[in-house]
Every structure is written in structure tokens, then in C-alpha cells.
Design a protein around this ligand. Structure first.
Ligand SMILES: [Zn+2]
Length: 352
């Protein structure tokens, strides 16, 4: 229906005579002899044209002293809209933490279970049960990716208990939650040299997941396998080699931005600490207490220090820029000497 066709009252009257549902919502008509206003599609018998008035909306008709028709209920949402609203409400209920049965849902949206099931499927393309499971799996993936403990993540995702989840684990994640949490995902790595010695770069399907520094390749590989037990050394792959070269260029010169995606794994708290570290500019340092204060958690100094020590993305997440409040360098996962070199290098970068 062309909206502009309804600009004049003749077109509006024709829409009323046609009981054109597509005109619903575009205008309201009222009948002066009955004092009632209707949607264009109202099934009630039509009044004479001379007794009909048109209004842009229900508010205008009501303001003119008319009452809504009980049959077409022009003051209520459109029936189709009402049905959609019910399905939207059902979706939100299914997304809650506690599981909802079809009967409970049906009662809540005032429909029979049979009709709700049918309508839900026609609107969403899924059964209510599939919707609920899909939502839980999505929440579970999100919280596991943030590094929450497995049981906590299961409960947060709405699984009533761990065992009921484990039965479905394969279907949702394709692996157990514990495997996912422990990083038992496909990771490949390679070793190369950088300005600070040997360097291990690893990537998952989501991005660069580890950058480790050291002097000894075997020690670096052992360090990686602790976090990613399934990590494998990459074979010849030019694309991967190119990304590794980009990482190393960026490690060696912090003015070279790293534009590769990162796969940062840690608890929600660790992620916040690492985010705060990335806000410390090149050539500057901050104390653990300053980082904790910047996060709004001044008492979390020790937890900040632990999160720095847990960083697996050397230099990219600049945990080397955090020093003790008294100015002492303090520890560094990859050696205090390397930390001193890095800070010295960044101080000169700043000057240049
Ligand atoms: Zn009506």
C-alpha cells in the first residue's frame, strides 16, 4: 500500500471499505453517530460516509471525544504486534538464568502451550527449547572466554548443575568446558629471535594468544604448553610467518603498531588489569598501586601484581611498565634484566 495514497479522505474511505489491514496504523476513523473510533480494517458494519471522520491516531480521536471500538481495539497494539510482543517476552524469559518450562511460558504470555510453541517457531524459526539451549551455550562461551571458573560459568549460563551441562557439552562447545577453559584449543606457535633474545609467538583461531620471551627454546615451549596443552609447532605457512614477523617488528619497535587480532584469555579481573596496562604510554611507568587506583580498586594492589605476572602477551600487554611504588623495578615474568632493557629502550624512544 502506497502511503501517499492515503493523504486524502477519499483514499482513506476506500481503505475502510476494503478493510485494508495495511492501512492500520496510518489513520483512525471515527463515526459521529456512535461516538466510536476504529482501525481501517475493523470487521464491523460500515457507517455512512457522511458520518465518518478521519484522525491521524487514536490520541487525536480520543481528544475529539470518541471511544475505542471494542471489536477492533484500536487503542491496543495491533493483533500481529501483540503476538510478536508475546514472543519477544517469551524469548527474554527463556534467556533468564533459571530454566523455564513451556507451560510456565505459556501461562506468562496468556496463550495455550500448543499455540505458543507453534507461533514461537514460526516467528523465530526455533522451538522455545532450542532457543533456551542456544542462549545458554552462548553465555557459557562468553564466560569461559573471560576465564571464569568452569562451575561458576555453568551456573551463570543457567545450567542448574554441572552434570546436566556435561551431558550436553559436546553439542554446545564441541569439547568439555574444562578443556575450553584450559586452552585446549588449536594453537600453533613458532620460535624466532627478537631484540631481547628468543621469542615464542603463538596464535589460536581467534588471534595472537601468547608472546613469550626467553633464552632457551625448550623452556619457552614448556611455558606455552602449561597454558595451551594442545599447542603445536607450526609447519611452513607463509601467512603465519608474516604475522609472526609483524609481531616481532612491533616488539622491537613500539612505534610499530600491532594491528593483528589478539586472543586475550584471563579472568574478568585480569582482563581489566591488562586493559589498564595498555593505557600506560610508551616511555612511562606506573606503580602497582597506581594501576589499582586507576581501576577504582585501590586495595587490589597484590591482585594487580598477580595479574601482571599472569600476562602471556609480553610487551604487547606492557606489564613491564609497572614498577614498585618506591621506584624499584620488581619482578618480571621474563627476567628483571629484560624489563630494565625494555624500559631503557622505551625511555629513549620517547625522547626521539
Ligand atoms: Zn472497530
Amino acid at each position: 500500500m502506497n502511503t501517499s495514497a492515503l493523504i486524502d479522505d477519499d483514499a482513506r474511505w476506500q481503505a475502510v471499505l476494503d478493510r485494508d489491514a495495511q492501512a492500520d496504523g496510518q489513520f483512525i476513523f471515527a463515526v459521529v453517530t456512535t461516538g466510536i473510533f476504529c482501525r481501517p480494517s475493523c470487521r464491523a458494519r460500515h457507517a455512512l460516509r457522511q458520518n465518518v471522520r478521519f484522525y491521524p491516531d487514536t490520541g487525536a480521536a480520543a481528544a475529539a471525544g470518541f471511544r475505542p471500538c471494542k471489536r477492533c481495539q484500536p487503542d491496543k497494539a495491533h493483533p500481529q504486534q501483540q503476538r510478536l510482543d508475546k514472543i519477544t517476552r517469551a524469548c527474554r524469559l527463556l534467556e533468564q538464568e533459571s530454566p523455564v518450562t513451556l507451560d510456565q511460558l505459556a501461562q506468562d504470555v496468556a496463550m495455550s502451550p500448543y499455540h505458543l510453541h507453534r507461533l514461537f517457531k514460526s516467528v523465530t524459526g526455533m522451538t522455545p527449547k532450542a532457543w533456551q539451549q542456544g542462549w545458554r551455550a552462548q553465555r557459557l562461551r562468553a564466560s569461559l572466554a573471560q576465564g571464569e571458573a568452569v562451575t561458576e560459568a555453568l551456573l551463570a549460563a543457567g545450567f542448574p548443575d554441572a552434570s546436566s551441562y556435561y551431558r550436553q557439552a559436546d553439542a554446545t562447545l564441541g569439547m568439555t568446558a574444562r578443556q575450553y577453559r584450559r586452552g585446549e584449543t588449536a594453537v600453533r606457535y613458532t620460535l624466532d629471535k627478537c631484540a631481547l633474545g628468543r621469542c615464542l609467538v603463538a596464535e589460536s583461531e581467534r588471534g595472537v594468544c601468547a608472546v613469550l620471551l626467553g633464552d632457551n627454546d625448550a623452556a619457552l615451549e614448556a611455558e606455552l604448553v602449561q597454558q595451551f596443552p594442545l599447542a603445536e609447532r607450526a609447519g611452513a605457512d607463509d601467512a603465519f610467518a608474516g604475522r609472526v614477523a609483524q609481531v616481532i617488528r612491533s616488539l622491537d619497535d613500539r612505534r610499530v603498531p600491532l594491528s593483528l587480532p589478539l586472543d586475550i584469555r584471563g579472568t574478568a579481573f585480569q582482563q581489566r588489569v591488562w586493559q589498564a596496562l595498555r593505557a600506560i604510554p610508551v616511555g612511562s611507568t606506573a606503580s602497582y598501586a597506581e594501576v589499582a587506583a586507576a581501576m577504582g580498586q585501590p586495595n587490589a594492589v597484590r591482585a594487580v601484581a598477580r595479574a601482571c605476572a599472569a600476562n602471556t602477551l609480553a610487551i604487547i600487554i606492557p606489564c613491564h611498565r609497572v614498577i614498585r611504588s618506591d621506584g624499584a623495578l620488581s619482578g618480571y615474568r621474563w627476567g628483571a634484566e629484560r624489563k630494565a632493557l625494555l624500559l631503557q629502550r622505551e625511555a629513549t624512544t620517547k625522547e626521539s
